[in-house]
Design a protein around this ligand. Sequence first.
Ligand SMILES: Cc1cc2nc3c(=O)[nH]c(=O)nc-3n(C[C@H](O)[C@H](O)[C@H](O)COP(=O)(O)OP(=O)(O)OC[C@H]3O[C@@H](n4cnc5c(N)ncnc54)[C@H](O)[C@@H]3O)c2cc1C
Length: 405
Amino acid sequence: MIHIVGAGFSGLSLAWELQKAGLKVIVYEKNRIGGRIQSYRTSTHLRETAANGVLWNPRFEVLAKELGVEFQPSQNEAKKRFIFHNRRPRRWPLSFIETIKFLAAGFKFILKKIFTKKQIDSDLTLEQWGTQSFGSPFTGVILSAAVQGIFALTPKYLNAKAVLESFKSVTAFKKAKKYKPVTYSPKDGMGELISALKQKLAEKDVIIKHQEILDLKDLNLEKNDVVVIATSAWEAAQLIPQTQGLEKIQAVPITTVTLVWPKEAKTLAGFGCLFPPVERFFAAGVLINSCIFANRGPNPSETWIISQDLEKFSDEQIKQHVLMDRQRLFPNQDQPLERHIVRWPKAIPAYNLQLEKFLETYQQTAKTLAKDNIYLSGNYLGKIGLAKIYDQNIVLAKKLKVHYG
Ligand SMILES: Cc1cc2nc3c(=O)[nH]c(=O)nc-3n(C[C@H](O)[C@H](O)[C@H](O)COP(=O)(O)OP(=O)(O)OC[C@H]3O[C@@H](n4cnc5c(N)ncnc54)[C@H](O)[C@@H]3O)c2cc1C
């Protein structure tokens, strides 16, 4: 029997792969099935609490078919991505001169790579690496905004090696034909994926038990039983405190503010806008939900993403700050019809030096844990997005099938 602790996307998708491999599985969840992922549809809009889409690949396409969930690609309009620069949201490429400057820096970097093939120093922050490779203008504007949109931290706090490694495919799939990087989502949001996983697992007799596992002894394991901890890093650290470096992985706080507007209100026509730290916005970026995917209306809605500790801010204060940010995009704006705030004091793992140190020795850590039949799954193992988590779970399921099938 495989015992999975945590019924977020990591635990549920791993359970799906394991039952396909013919292994017996039970999942434990202390709180909500789906973990961070939930979708809410109202008469005005559809909003997400965490992931709003998946970076599509062939494996996810197969999963969608198996679960009978219809995914839709982001709309053509969403190909436009904006970055706030020189007092307004601007589409990439910026200006001719700026583009030449950035390309020249990139060219220098490629030449350097070809001739030196130097490994990235694991102590370098992304800011140091970016400045050395591309220069300050690129790092301060483009790189800062881009990584902040994914990792919720500026390059100053991110580890270069951990971040760059996370963009690589999972080893087993490196040679697979690549899809164009397009984001997909089910018509009724990511919650539909979670509901389908829950229902299909039930049909395959996989039980999801509502129980908090405080100690692995609570699982009453029998000989040859296996435990997979599919929680956040900090929750995993409580269950296996002996695992070196796990307790040092830090969490980034994220607050999202979804604003719903009257039908005729002006909003950006594109995926969203990133705000480089030099522009001193309150938010790190904004996603234009109603533009990214069809069927998110009828009213326009936006999700503002703030990656700061907002414990001392009231909801009203947060809303006012976001409206001030928005004023820089659209002067003379109306009042939103609705606002919905989701606070994640510990949203995602910080891809910083502590995490890089953990990942550097992870192969060895995994071997030590496997001796006690313990395995890990989650977004702190080098990959933060759902498609890559799923890829890692496919590999893990194959491994467990070989050992315990
Ligand atoms: C605001 C935001 C936006 C994001 N956007 C995207 C995006 O667009 N695309 C993308 O691919 N990714 C995105 N992500 C990342 C993605 O949502 C997460 O990486 C993913 O949902 C994490 O899933 P998980 O199952 O690993 O963790 P979780 O969702 O945290 O699930 C872990 C589960 O384990 C349970 N648990 C913990 N401890 C115990 C215990 N002791 N006993 C029993 N149960 C326990 C928890 O209650 C929880 O349900 C985003 C994340 C956030 C926060």
